[in-house]
Design a protein around this ligand. Structure first.
Ligand code: CP
Length: 304
């Protein structure tokens, strides 16, 4: 694996190898290993054009725990503000001998554009582009599910919320389909649902009670206001009544249904606090797995 811009069309064995690698890292950390020197002498650049708490921090931790040097590029104080074009910024940074660029951008396809324009042997990792892909989130979600429900062939997964604008939903579906999930249900209000042709593996629902009935996993998504037209924004109180996950709805799911959310969560809009903080919530476990998955991805890409 030289670059990771999407999970779409990634073979099942590659996804499983990355998940196995992440588990091996997690086990090493559980046995007290805090730092490895696998990437000693390598440099990883975090290039985030959109805000991030989880992804940026966990990529930095992952790279440092593998012994790499990390540069967090500060867009706000960069020459991008003086009109420098993205590809000139890329070539300038490449000239400083980077090994990997972790990029987040609001425009879908930017990571692939960087791959096309990169001049050196730098690896590009997508940390989220527009509504298109967030591959390491898809991997960490798959890892979290696999830890609790290893038999994907029996798995019913409901993804609910603003699916249309969600790069997480897309990468989750790519991972779940590759791993053989039995059923993937997408649920949300019609204006926030994507074109069904884009999701041939999924069933579509506008009734959340129906969509969560018997589900083994519920993945909740936030309203991505930053990607919405003003006309798409629902009334938040009405939205919570129809599409919020509370204890009543969770009781309709299969016993022990895993509650997941990529974060940041908006309490009282897509998820009730008692569910987000409840015994079935795996949200903080997802965050922890994010570091192991990103260690696995960096290790695989920079030691090939
Ligand atoms: N899940 C996720 O991408 O979170 P951040 O935006 O905080 O990185």
């Amino acid at each position: 694996l030289r670059h990771l811009t999407t999970l779409e069309n990634l073979p099942r064995e590659t996804i499983e190898r990355l998940l196995d690698r992440a588990l091996a890292v997690r086990d090493a950390c559980a046995h007290g290993t805090r730092k490895l020197d696998l990437l000693a002498g390598r440099t990883v650049l975090n290039l985030f054009f959109e805000p991030s708490t989880r992804t940026r921090t966990s990529f930095e931790l992952a790279a440092r725990r593998l012994g790499a040097d990390v540069v967090n590029f500060d867009i706000g104080f960069s020459s991008a503000n003086k009109g420098e074009e993205l590809y000139d910024t890329l070539h300038t940074l490449e000239a400083m001998h980077l090994d990997a660029i972790v990029v987040r951008h609001k425009v879908s396809g930017t990571p692939d554009e960087l791959v096309r324009h990169a001049m050196s042997g730098v690896s590009v990792i997508n940390a989220g582009d527009g509504n298109r892909a967030h591959p390491t989130q898809g991997l960490l979600d798959a890892l979290t599910i696999r830890q609790h429900r290893p038999d994907f062939g029996k798995l019913v997964v409901t993804i609910c919320g603003d699916v249309k604008h969600s790069r997480v939903a897309r990468s989750d579906v790519h991972a779940l389909a590759a791993l053989g999930a039995r059923e993937i249900r997408l649920c949300g209000p019609a204006p926030l649902m994507p074109d069904p042709a884009e999701f041939p593996h999924c069933s579509f629902h506008d009734d959340f009670d129906e969509a969560i009935a018997g589900a083994d996993v519920a993945i909740m998504l936030r309203l991505q206001k930053e990607r919405m037209a003003a006309t798409e924004l629902p009334d938040e109180a009405a939205y919570f009544r129809q599409y919020g996950l509370d204890n009543r709805r969770l009781a309709l799911a299969a016993r022990g249904c895993l509650v997941m959310h990529p974060g940041p969560i908006n309490r009282g809009i897509e998820i009730a606090p008692e569910v987000a903080d409840g015994p079935q919530s795996r949200i903080l476990e997802q965050v922890g797995n994010g570091v192991f998955v990103r260690m696995a991805v960096l290790g695989e890409m920079l030691t090939r």
